[in-house]
Design a protein around this ligand. Sequence first.
Ligand code: HEM
Length: 183
Amino acid sequence: MTSPSLRLYLRDHTRQAHQELDRTIGRLDSADAYGSFLRASYAHRQPVERYLAGADWPAAFGDWRPTELGPLIAADLADIGAEPPVSPSFDLSKDIASLVGVIYVLEGSALGAKLIRRMAGALGYDENHGARHLARQERLGSWRGLLAIMERLESIDLAAAVRAAETTFEQAASAMRENGFGR
Ligand code: HEM
């Protein structure tokens, strides 16, 4: 299965999970809501990025590696005078299909960054203060790199990739709920 179809397969099979997450977060229309979003984003990304850091990347990935946003989110939190939360570890198999499902969710989230950055901008946050990680995501280079790699991948276990992507969305949703959203 080639890149457009692998990506579209994952998109189709996680559409509902994304919609639920989107609904849980809602509009970021106050400094409080944005602060919660930053804490939740850190609680989501940091454990998943730690999981990815221990991966053994197949040759098809060349020197591409997933974007590490944790440090930039920590800087955004420092800008608003908040501490990064501590969150449970993310435990999942590191087979190639699971890795692909997880990085699809993390890297694909960059596609929504422009919209979120607009909300953050209306609250006075920008690439130098409070919205550093969104500015980084908006550049989309890493996402495009991943699409090209997905094109070169062969024989991916689609069911395992979807399960990993769903698990990642669920982990994000629970990080959001634990930080004040969707109650
Ligand atoms: C308020 C929060 C969010 C909003 C408003 C939002 C919005 C969007 C938008 C507008 C897109 C682009 C859809 C397209 O171009 O077809 C998108 C894509 C995506 N988002 Fe989100 N998003 C949010 C949060 C998240 C989070 C927290 C994650 C991950 C945990 C995530 C994962 C994804 C993925 C994987 C895609 C790629 C779908 C594809 O393959 O095209 N999003 N999002």
